[in-house]
Design a protein. Sequence first.
Length: 223
Amino acid sequence: MRQHTTTEQASLMHKLASMSDDDRDQLITRFWDFVTDGLDVHPGYVERLRARRPHLPDEPTTEQLEAWIELAEIVQDDQFRTALRDHLHRIFGTEQGKLMTSPEMMAHAETQRRLHLEARAALQAGVPADSPQARDIAERMAAHRAEFVAAMTGRHDADKSRRTMIGFDRDRAAEVRARMTGLNLITRYTTLVATINGTPQPDPERAATVQEWLAAALRHDTT
C-alpha cells in the first residue's frame, strides 16, 4: 500500500476529520459489503462483523485521527480487502465453518469470552493460581471448552480439554498467531477501531498471561 507524504497525510487528516458521520459510516459499510459478499454463513454472524465500526468523537485526539486515517486507507485498499474476504470465505467455506457462525456457537463463544474476562479480573486482583477461586474458574473454562469442541465435532473429551489448557505455551502460541495471516488482518482492523472508539484493544500478551494463570491453576488441581 502506498505511503502518503507529510503534505498528503495532513490533507487527508483534514478531509477525514471533516467528513460527516454518515460519510464515515458509508465508507465502512462499503468495506463490509465487499468483504462479506457471497459469504454463506448465518446472517447473525455477518451482522456481528458489520457492527465492528469506528465512532470518531467530536473532539478526537491526534492518536484517534491517525488511527482513522490508517483505517480509512486499509478499508479502501484492494489488497487488504481482498485478503480479508478470501480469509473469511476460506474459513467459513466448509460445513464446520458455517456451524461456527450459528447462534449456538456464538453463544458458546460469548460464554468463553466471559470466562476469560472473569479469569483476567481475578488475575489482576492478585488471586493466586493455587487458590480455590482460580481452580474453580479454570475448571469451568476447561469444561466449557470441552463442550465447545463437542458441539463442533460430536466428541466430548474433558480430559483432553484440561491437558490442552495445562500445556499452553506462550511462545508457541505467538508463533502460531504470527502465521495466521487472516487473523492478523482482523486484529489490525479491530485494533484501529478500538483506538478510534477509545475502547480496549486486542492484547495477545495479556491474554497469554491469563492462559498461563489458568494452566497453573489446573496443574495445582492435579497435585
